[in-house]
Design a protein around this ligand. Structure first.
Ligand SMILES: Cc1ncc(COP(=O)(O)OP(=O)(O)O)c(N)n1
Ligand SMILES: Cc1ncsc1CCOP(=O)(O)O
Ligand SMILES: [Mg+2]
Length: 209
């Protein structure tokens, strides 16, 4: 990945009874976020593809990076900017073979060993968490808290691993300064933006903080 400037805030969609995935992404973009991940856990391939086409078009209008959660073949088919992969998804090395070097591939980590594995496999960034408990994802890994990030960042430095770390999981506006102080490169948010009275204003507040 050549340009890290859009890394600081990633918005990740999730199902709510209140907003469509498209409107969720639109509000984050209107609030100034320039990195959107389309995450539609309970949806069929067809539903994901239909929504991905619309959200990708919107991201292009805003000059934002567009990442698809889990669906490697769809990311390739649509020429998305990249894909995010966790432990139960396609291995990163396999995705890299299918996608080539021009796609962004993110990997989920909960430990330093996960980071090492994804680094060796050719990941471009790490989604590291959860920071705290969240209902947005089922089967959560152990909570990291600030100490967990400090530990992973310092072990990465010792090992000479230079990879952007994006903190994720239960993060709210008030948590961001302390999390950034641990040395991570960015923050990924979903619920705290979509639960806000005004998600556009909340995104703007985060971007301007
Ligand atoms: C930025 C970022 N970090 C972590 C995840 C979680 O991915 P995964 O472990 O595959 O879990 P699901 O999102 O698929 O439920 C993510 N999506 N984005
Ligand atoms: C996808 C994911 N992976 C770890 S926690 C999480 C959910 C992030 O959403 P929220 O910001 O609502 O906790
Ligand atoms: Mg996944």
């Amino acid at each position: 990945m050549e340009d890290n400037t859009a890394m600081e805030l990633q918005f990740i969609t999730h199902y709510t009874g209140r907003y469509t995935y498209f409107d969720s992404a639109r509000m984050a973009l209107e609030g100034g976020c320039r990195w959107i991940q389309l995450r539609m856990k309970e949806a069929t391939e067809e539903e994901v593809e239909k929504e991905a086409i619309r959200v990708q078009d919107l991201c292009r209008q805003y000059g934002a990076t567009f990442i698809i959660d889990d669906h490697v073949a769809l990311a390739k088919k649509l020429h998305a900017d990249g894909v995010h992969l966790g432990k139960k998804d396609m291995p990163i090395a396999e995705a890299r073979k299918l996608l080539g070097k021009d796609f962004i591939i993110g990997g989920t980590a909960n430990t330093f060993e996960d980071v090492q594995m994804h680094y060796a496999a050719g990941a471009d960034y790490i989604g590291c968490g959860p920071f705290r408990f969240t209902t947005t994802k089922k089967n959560l890994s152990p909570v990291l808290g600030l100490e967990g990030y400090r530990n992973i960042v310092s072990r990465m430095k010792e090992a000479g691993i230079n990879l952007p770390i994006v903190a994720i999981g239960g993060i709210a506006f008030e948590d961001i300064p302390a999390i950034m102080q641990t040395g991570v490169s960015g923050i990924a948010l979903s619920g705290s933006i979509l639960r806000a009275d005004d998600p556009i204003a909340e995104t703007r507040r985060i971007i301007n903080s």
